[in-house]
Write a protein that binds this ligand. Structure first.
Ligand code: ZN
Length: 457
């Protein structure tokens, strides 16, 4: 308790809750909590009455009608591929392997930027404060994340397979393609845009073991050992990938990563669906992280063996990949699909909420910065409107968020102490204009594929 003699401290902003779910080491939850923010950092966290007596804030954010949570972390995305959303799900499993869709491999910089802004805006609107995003034109992705204020790990999509041949079902590896895609990552690392911006990090992101030759993956491993950060990829996403790699290299995709020097705790691999038990044991032993994409899994009809991966030592994070950016939906799908895939396995709400927060932060090497609400960490947090009917009744906190919450409940998003979303509206940019421009790009490019879009912009 604060004694009358305690000097009143200043802070920039005091958020007065509402229940505060910290996800700290002790799993503390305050029913009437508060968070004091100074600069970019959480200065104090505790009961509202205590912090209101202790702090004289420059600004108070009344959030009694909200649930306060750590910002969510979406661990694997390609924002320009929002262009295929709602159009590809009935056609094939992934854009890189599909013909008859807009030429996502040769999007102009401006078109990429318009789509990256849409994808990044959607993630922010859905409560993600940290996003991983990689694709061609990584500078466009970095610009979008920088403009919107989110924390981001950005990569250029590295591969040496010819994408046009791939869309026709043929693998043709060319070193010049590998060099060109590596150059996009090198250029971004050197780009003045990122100087002094500690919210955005550049990582290496080789697309997959089938679209990268072993020589290219080995080269990436050498670069990563000097540069640091994570390595992001797709692993065992399809039977076709596994079969081709076995034919090309005589081994499973994860073994190609191991041979190249990339199968270790730096690796964050999306999907991990088509793994044999011995493969699961190997990737688990390596301490690799899985970017689990349950929405993708469910729609493709194949579920990653998450229970076995976790039991083997792999760390689990959650992502939405090219689907709806609603991580609340992803949490539910992760639980439901796990229960179908492995009978008797019942991941619980608190565990899955950690996949989308603390576990992802640790996998990204950002656990000293974000993922939970703790003194000294950056103020990355979200406020959910608990008066919306789907968040009632609020009894234990965690269950209602995971089993009934959705992106539209996100009212406020704060990153590095800065309010990026207020009453559902972005503060740094015009969200309606971002959506309009992305619609115009998508309508034009789908039109060029012979479809007549419902609406132009
Ligand atoms: Zn992906």
């Amino acid at each position: 308790m604060t004694s009358p003699e305690t000097p009143v401290e200043t802070c920039d902003r005091l958020i007065v809750g509402g229940p505060v779910i910290t996800l700290d080491g002790e799993d503390r939850v305050f029913s009437h909590g508060a968070i004091a923010i100074t600069g970019t950092t959480i200065a104090a966290i505790g009961e509202a009455a205590e912090l209101e007596a202790r702090f004289s804030p420059r600004e108070t954010l009344r959030a009694e009608d909200c649930i306060v949570l750590p910002g969510l972390i979406n661990s694997h995305n390609h924002t320009p591929l929002t262009i295929v959303r709602g159009m590809i799900e009935d056609r094939n499993f992934a854009p890189s392997y599909t013909s008859g869709i807009p030429a996502v491999h040769s999007l102009s910089f401006e078109d990429t930027l318009a789509l990256a802004r849409l994808g990044c805006y959607e993630m922010l609107r859905s409560g993600s404060t940290t996003v991983v995003d990689y694709f061609r034109c990584p500078k466009a992705l970095a610009i979008a994340a920088s403009e919107m204020g989110v924390r981001a790990v950005i990569g250029g999509r590295i591969h040496d397979a010819d994408t046009e041949a791939l869309a026709q079902g043929r693998y043709e590896h060319r070193p010049e393609i590998g060099n060109a895609t590596l150059k996009e990552t090198f250029d971004l690392i050197e780009d003045p845009l990122l100087k002094g911006n500690d919210r955005i990090r550049v990582d290496f992101a080789p697309h997959a073991a089938d679209t990268c030759s072993k020589a290219l993956l080995t080269e990436v491993a050498g670069l990563v050992s000097r540069h640091g950060g994570n390595v992001h990829t797709h692993l065992a996403q399809s039977p076709g990938e596994v079969a081709y790699v076995r034919e090309r290299d005589g081994m499973a995709p994860h073994e190609v990563f191991a041979d190249a020097g990339l199968l270790n705790s730096r690796l964050i691999a999306a999907h991990c669906v088509f793994l044999k038990p011995e493969d699961v044991a190997a990737v688990g032993r390596a301490g690799m992280a899985v970017a689990h994409a349950p929405h993708q899994n469910v729609m493709a009809g194949n579920i990653a063996p998450i229970r076995d991966l976790e039991a083997a030592g792999a760390r689990i994070t959650l992502c939405t990949d090219t689907r709806s950016a609603d991580l609340f939906e992803a949490m539910r799908l992760a639980i439901g699909s796990a229960r179908i895939r492995q009978k008797g396995y019942e991941p619980k709400a608190p565990q899955v909420l950690r996949w989308a927060t603390t576990s992802a932060a640790a996998a990204l090497g950002l656990d000293g910065i974000t993922g939970s609400l703790e003194v000294g960490k950056r103020a990355d947090l979200i406020l959910l409107d608990r008066r919306q009917p789907n968040l009632v009744p609020l009894i234990d906190g965690c269950g209602i968020v995971v089993y009934s919450g959705h992106a539209a409940n996100v009212r406020t998003v704060i990153v590095d102490g800065r309010v990026l979303l207020e009453d559902g509206r972005p503060t740094l940019f015009d969200g309606r204009e971002v959506a309009r421009r992305a619609q115009a790009v998508a309508a034009r490019l789908w039109g060029e594929c012979g479809l007549r879009p419902l609406i132009a912009d």
